[in-house]
Ligand binder design. Structure first.
Ligand SMILES: Nc1ncnc2c1ncn2[C@@H]1O[C@H](COP(=O)(O)OP(=O)(O)OP(=O)(O)O)[C@@H](O)[C@H]1O
Length: 334
């Protein structure tokens, strides 16, 4: 059974800026026909570069925004026709530093929201204690939120999203900007919620996080779903055979274009290290020595380039992601 279904959703933002002489209308198309199926009890990851349309999708699913066209069901309920009913069944943590009364304690904040959500006064104390424990904030429950770290605030967002014991949870970049330990704690909490049978849709920029947590993933780019499936499906779709990394002296970024002109190169990028350049080449080639040889040839053909080191590795989810997104943005059929 699907807990979330999205059919051909489009979203256009229209705005008008008035100058003294005239009104200027602008249109931004954020979503260009999104389809999604998220199975009940699964953890689904929405990945994509900045501005791809992830937050717009989450806002539509959580009834904060209306789609311009298309249909959306959450927990079997039509989110456009019955937004109130959907709101009762979902939890939503959009994160960030705002959203709480800084001068109140975490406990008082949650009591306030429990009231707002219509949780019976007699049940509030127990429920607030439960979600504080789930978010590992029980021992800091009396502290004012203004003294909370980002990681603690993020956990408080998750605690709030759990107040109504929802079946479906939406987490928008839950570990964004957190240090590695705080991020690991959040991931552990998310894993616990999945084990408790919740359906979770999360957006993230971190590939290892998506790989660690998600059952299925969708990559969204420029308002379209580029690919949907397991991490293995994404790798198969990206057709990344091997990743070659070459350390050089004297290599120009232009060389990446030369490499990308080859049919067996999916994507090439260069970063500057202290006194060297590091070129990463994602190839369709499966044989590592052959792939290394090909890259070495292209680099050494360029004038004044010295190859210091060359090595290859198996592709990660991040490599598949980079190949898929760059392919979708450049519109190449490779
Ligand atoms: N309220 C708005 N008015 C106008 N344009 C908007 C609005 N909200 C989003 N957009 C535009 O819609 C597109 C998708 O934005 P969205 O926030 O959904 O992307 P995102 O994938 O969540 O990006 P990020 O990873 O940076 O959060 C962008 O081009 C953005 O500028």
């Amino acid at each position: 059974m699907n807990a979330i279904e999205v059919r051909d959703v489009h979203r256009v933002f229209r705005s008008t800026r008035r100058t003294r002489l005239r009104a200027q209308h602008t249109e931004t198309t954020a979503l260009r026909g999104i389809d999604l199926d998220v199975q009940a009890g699964s953890l689904f990851g929405l990945l994509g570069p900045n501005g791809a349309g992830k937050t717009t999708t989450v806002k539509i699913l959580t009834t904060l925004l209306l789609p311009t066209s298309g249909r959306v069901w959450v927990d079997g309920i039509d989110a456009v026709a019955q937004p109130q009913e959907v709101r009762r069944r979902i939890g939503c943590a959009l994160g960030g530093d705002r959203g709480f009364y800084d001068r109140l304690s975490a406990e008082d904040n949650l009591r306030y929201f429990a009231d707002l959500y219509g949780i019976e006064p007699r049940a509030q104390r127990t429920r607030v204690a439960e979600v504080l424990a789930l978010a590992d904030l029980a021992d800091r429950r009396k502290d004012r939120v203004e003294g909370y770290s980002r990681g603690m605030k993020q956990r408080l967002h998750i605690a709030r999203s759990l107040l109504r014991d929802p079946d479906v949870l939406f987490l928008d970049e839950p570990t964004n900007g957190l240090d590695p330990v705080a991020a690991r704690d959040i991931r552990a909490a998310i894993n616990q919620l999945r084990s408790a049978g919740k359906t979770i849709l999360l957006t993230t920029h971190y590939m290892f996080e998506a790989e660690e947590l998600c059952d299925r993933l969708a990559v969204i780019s420029d308002g379209r779903i580029v690919v949907e499936g397991t991490a293995q499906d994404l790798a198969a779709e990206a057709r990344t055979g091997v990743v070659v990394r070459a350390e050089t002296r004297g290599a120009e970024p232009l060389l990446c274009q030369l490499l990308e002109a080859r049919a067996d190169v999916l994507n090439a990028s260069q970063e500057l290290l202290d006194d060297r350049e590091l070129t990463t080449v994602r190839m369709t080639h499966g044989r590592r020595t052959e792939a290394e040889h090909l890259v070495r040839e292209v680099l050494e053909d360029a004038p004044h380039v010295r190859v210091l080191d060359i090595a290859s590795r198996e592709p990660s989810l991040e490599d598949s992601y980079v190949a898929l997104v760059s392919r979708s943005l450049t519109g190449t059929a490779r």
